[in-house]
Ligand binder design. Structure first.
Ligand SMILES: [Zn+2]
Ligand SMILES: [Zn+2]
Length: 246
């Protein structure tokens, strides 16, 4: 009898069409959207495989931009912020248009220069519930917002909290010129002792921003997860927007 059909073969590497750039499993890539006016999709390559006809496909895990998340873009989201989703797909390798780097938040804030292909990720994102992991982050300043690495902040030498210049009635230029900075509470001597003792006894975990408004409806989300049919429908709805890639 004839030979068995060649099974899918896992490839070590793939050279991006029209370039000399090679990608491997674990690399992050930019993928061409069907609508060319949109920004490219960002994905992490899990597996590269070739079928019996030699067609190369990549199994990817999508990164979502804040705009694509259920909660949308918030003030504290950085311009280059991405969320690592639980949404996987099999895509033609032809749609890969380039390589990119998705840094950890810490690494990103230490980059000397941020290139067009540099991104960062500090949250995992559940594409069916809109929930984030971690679902709480530290907040700073009088406005009690999580840190947006695109915004300049200055640190108070008293309480060590960080502040946005506009929140303390300073321009960015004025803030940059300061050699020393004490916030309003710390600059008043009487207040200083109070503030310091208060700060020392305050567990930092209490000053956090809860990311998911839907957490109030946690019971509903929780029971949804037990209704497999409903969950599948939700997953389908959220993945449909990416089905147009080809
Ligand atoms: Zn602020
Ligand atoms: Zn202070």
């Amino acid at each position: 009898m004839g030979k068995a059909r060649a099974p899918r073969r896992t490839l070590e590497a793939y050279t991006i069409k029209g370039t000399n750039k090679t990608i491997k499993a674990g690399d992050c890539v930019l993928m061409r959207p069907s609508d060319s006016s949109k920004l490219p999709y960002v994905a992490k390559v899990e597996i590269i495989e070739s079928d019996s006809r030699g067609t190369v496909k990549v199994r990817v895990r999508w990164y979502y931009r804040p705009e694509e998340s259920i909660g949308g873009r918030r003030q504290f989201h950085g311009a280059k912020e991405l969320f690592l989703s639980d949404h996987y797909d099999l895509q033609s390798a032809d749609t890969i248009e380039g390589k990119c780097s998705v840094h950890s938040f810490k690494t990103y804030t230490k980059l000397d220069a941020v290139g067009t292909d540099d991104f960062f990720c500090r949250f995992e994102y559940n594409s069916s519930t809109g929930a984030f992991n971690p679902d709480r982050v530290a907040v700073y300043c009088k406005c009690e917002m999580p840190y947006n690495p695109d915004d300049l902040m200055i640190q108070c030498e008293g309480c060590t909290d960080w502040f946005h210049p506009p929140c303390i009635e300073l321009t960015t230029e004025e803030a940059k010129k300061l050699d020393h900075f004490f916030c309003q509470s710390c600059s008043s001597q009487d207040q200083k002792k109070l503030q310091n003792s208060h700060a020392a006894s305050r567990p930092s975990e209490t000053k956090v921003h809860q990311l998911v408004e839907a957490m109030n409806k946690f019971d509903i989300l929780f029971s949804f997860q037990h209704l497999l049919a409903v969950t599948q429908k939700l997953t389908c709805m959220s993945s449909c927007k990416r089905e147009n890639i080809s």
